[in-house]
Design a protein around this ligand. Sequence first.
Ligand code: C2O
Ligand code: CU
Length: 458
Amino acid sequence: APPAAAPATGHPGHTGHAVPVAARAVAPFSVRMPVPKVLKPQSTKGDTDVYAITAKKAKVEILPGTRTEVLTYAGMFPGPTLRVRTGRTAVVKHTNDLGMGTVAHLHGGVTPAGSDGFPMDTVAPGKSREYTYPNQQRAATLWYHDHAHHMEAEHVYGGLAGFYLIDDPAQDSLRLPSGDYDIPIMLRDARFDEKGRLVFQLHDFEHRNTILANGKPQPYFPVAARRYRLRFVNASNLRTFTLRLGKDTQVAQIASDGGLLAAPAAVRSWRMTPGERIEVVVDFSRFKVGSKVVLTDAEAGPVMRFDVGRSATPDTSRVPDRLSTIPALPAATGKRKIVLSFDPVRNRFLINGKQFDQKRVDAEIKRGTTEIWTLTNDAGNFAVPHNFHPHLVQFRVLDRNGRPPAPAEAGVKDTVAVGPGETVRLQATFGPYTGRYAYHCHMIDHSSSGMMAQMKIV
Ligand code: C2O
Ligand code: CU
């Protein structure tokens, strides 16, 4: 008999043997959310900053009173934040002390192919590799994570992810909340067993029920009664977050994956599939001092809590009506169709009916060409959600199911949700570099199962 359709938010596929599920209840809002440390350059020469990161296993306290072995960049969970400026080159020397092949990808980075973290370019245990990031792109919240072929799901789940924030003068001049009031928040889910160990099973969408914010379960975070810029990334393997603050508090969405929107969008909830970033400015002065404001996900429930305290200094930040100019799109000269699907018979995740093959070039594109890609989620009997992320390019969403994108999706993007049965059209200019780059579903259990393809820019 055909298997029953999975719920719209779930995934079919086996989850293997039953592993005891986290019996360890952590009282919500009992631990404080840390902000990942900003990594200092090891050296600076002219317009280049050199950073060094060693990937290694570490035992960290995630659940209070327990140490959990995770995979880390520089011993931190999540990894250290890299904070760079447009026009300054960053060279990041990654050393692999993990005992298995790894490769670092800068998600959202416009990066030469040799530094992009192609899934086959793994660095062997004990070896190092330098990645060069030109940072010739606008201010944005990017993130870096592992991309070793077939292993990225397990590696990212294990902890190999960190923030990479780009600043530029245009953004500085806006006087958005900055410094201590500019907070990156990496959200993800996780599954722990009764001993507090992190449990990974490919395609396990049912048991990853502990929500972590910057590596802590349902933490609290003290804020002053003033404006904050909150930069969210969804670093989950499969989970989509639909967030709201307090009783549907209105916040200003100011940015998406590729940086500032043209104008702030007033939203009461915001949705992020894996890999997507959304930035909002929240004015906590609208709450009474002493308020405890919960950030809630539509499915998972409470994610974290903001505890509002007195503001010691006057708030001079603002959210201007105009944030940025979204560059106009050159006319498209090429078209391509991308079909995302799941084959329940063979339990395979596919792009245009195929699994990833490093020897096959799926799209050859002339450098500098602008194309329109039509993405379809061919759901069949299974309502499997997918999303789509091409390396190298930042794109624009032209329409979703024939309708213009909502303001939240009208800015610069690099990852886009394609729900069951949906069609999304995007437009991008492929360059400025040549070489091979991956594009894939960013539900990374899917991409680890082969839901990936490659383009060659020539
Ligand atoms: Cu975050 Cu190839 O992706
Ligand atoms: Cu997928």
